[in-house]
Design a protein around this ligand. Structure first.
Ligand code: FAD
Length: 271
C-alpha cells in the first residue's frame, strides 16, 4: 500500500517550521527520520496533508555537555548514540539502548526526538530516558519551554506536545562515574520492538522504569525505595508484587515478563 497524497515542505529554520505548522490548513506533521511516520503513512494509519521536513533545520542535531547537563538535539540519530557520541556514563547507558533498536539502517535515520514524540509504548527511548530523568525542550509559537520527562508521555502515542509545537531536544543528567545503569528489553528477536522493558538508573537517587506496557512507561516507586535503602538486587517474585501495584490489570504472562525485565535491569546495573 502507498501513502495518501501529501505536500512536502522543507523548513529552512525552526521559525520556518513553526510558521508552517501554525499556517497548516488541515493536518501537518513534523518529519524526523520518517522511520515510524513513513510506515504509518504507507499503511494509511496517518494521512497528513503536509509533511514539514526538519532535516535542514540547524541546531537540532547537537550533543553538548554544559556542567552537569547533557544537551541532546531532537534530530540526533540512534546510530550516533550507538557510536558513542554522547559522552560519559550517561552516554554508555544510552549506547546500550540505541544498539538494541531495530537494525542499523533504521538507526541511521531514526531520531531520538522522533521516537519520544511518537511515544510508542513499545519503543526504547521513552522508557530509557524516563529512567535517566531530565527535561524535554519544546519550541512553540510563544518561544521555548521545558517539560520534565516524568510528565511528558501521558499515554500510548500521547504526550504533552501541542499540535503547533516541535520537540527540539533533551536536557539529560550527566551522570557521575559512580552512577549505575541497567537496561533490559524482552523481545522475541534482537532489535525488535519490546514486549517488556526494565530500565534502572541510580544517580543522585534511583529511578526504576517499567516500559512496553500498553500505556506510558511508569516509575516503580517501591523498587526505587528498595534500591535507595541499599538493595543491590530485586527478585522476579518481588518485582511482580511491585509492578502489580501499578498495573493491577496485567495478566500473569505480562506480569512475569515485566518482572523479569525489571529484575534483570537491576542485575545489570550492579553487575
Ligand atoms: C523496521 C523497524 C523496526 C523498529 N524497531 C524499533 C525498536 O526496536 N525500538 C524502537 O524504539 N523503535 C523502533 N523503530 C522505530 C524507530 O526507532 C523510529 O526511528 C522512531 O520511533 C521514530 O523516529 P523518527 O525520527 O523516524 O520519527 P518520524 O517517523 O519522522 O516521526 C514519528 C512521529 O513523531 C513526530 N515527530 C518527529 N520528530 C519530531 C519533532 N522533532 N518534534 C515533534 N514531533 C516530531 C512526527 O510528526 C511523527 O508523528 C523501528 C522502526 C522500523 C521501521
Amino acid at each position: 500500500m502507498k501513502s495518501a497524497k501529501f505536500d512536502h515542505q522543507r523548513a529552512a529554520s525552526l521559525d520556518d517550521a513553526l510558521k508552517a505548522l501554525g499556517n497548516a490548513d488541515g493536518e501537518a506533521r513534523i518529519m524526523g527520520g520518517g522511520q515510524s511516520l513513513g510506515p504509518m503513512m504507507n499503511l494509511r494509519l496517518a494521512q497528513p496533508d503536509l509533511l514539514i521536513d526538519i532535516s535542514r533545520v540547524g541546531g537540532l542535531d547537537g550533543i553538548e555537555v554544559s556542567g552537569d547537563v547533557i544537551r541532546v538535539g531532537a534530530r540526533v540519530t540512534h546510530a550516533r548514540v550507538e557510536d558513542g557520541e554522547v559522552p560519559g556514563v550517561t552516554g554508555a547507558y544510552m549506547q546500550t539502548v540505541a544498539s538494541g533498536i531495530s537494525y542499523r539502517s533504521v538507526r541511521n535515520r531514526g531520531t531520538i526526538g522522533g521516537s519520544v514524540a511518537h511515544a510508542d509504548p513499545s519503543a526504547d527511548w521513552p522508557s530509557a530516558l524516563l529512567a535517566l530523568g531530565g527535561d524535554v525542550v519544546i519550541a512553540g509559537q510563544d518561544g521555548e519551554r521545558r517539560m520534565p520527562l516524568d510528565d511528558f508521555q501521558v499515554g500510548p502515542f500521547a504526550t504533552g506536545l501541542g499540535f503547533e509545537e516541535i520537540l527540539t531536544g533533551f536536557e539529560l543528567p550527566a551522570l557521575s562515574d559512580s552512577a549505575k545503569c541497567g537496561y533490559y528489553k524482552v523481545n522475541r528477536k534482537p532489535g525488535e520492538f519490546a514486549d517488556a522493558i526494565g530500565a534502572v538508573v541510580i544517580g543522585v537517587s534511583p529511578r526504576v522504569v517499567c516500559g512496553a506496557t500498553e500505556a506510558a512507561p511508569f516509575r516503580v516507586s517501591v523498587a526505587e525505595e528498595k534500591l535507595a535503602a541499599g538493595a543491590t538486587e530485586i527478585s522476579v517474585a518481588d518485582a511482580r508484587d511491585m509492578i502489580a501495584v501499578h498495573e493491577p490489570g496485567f495478566d500473569d504472562y505480562d506480569l512475569q515478563i515485566h518482572a523479569v525485565a525489571l529484575s534483570r535491569a537491576v542485575g545489570r546495573a550492579f553487575a
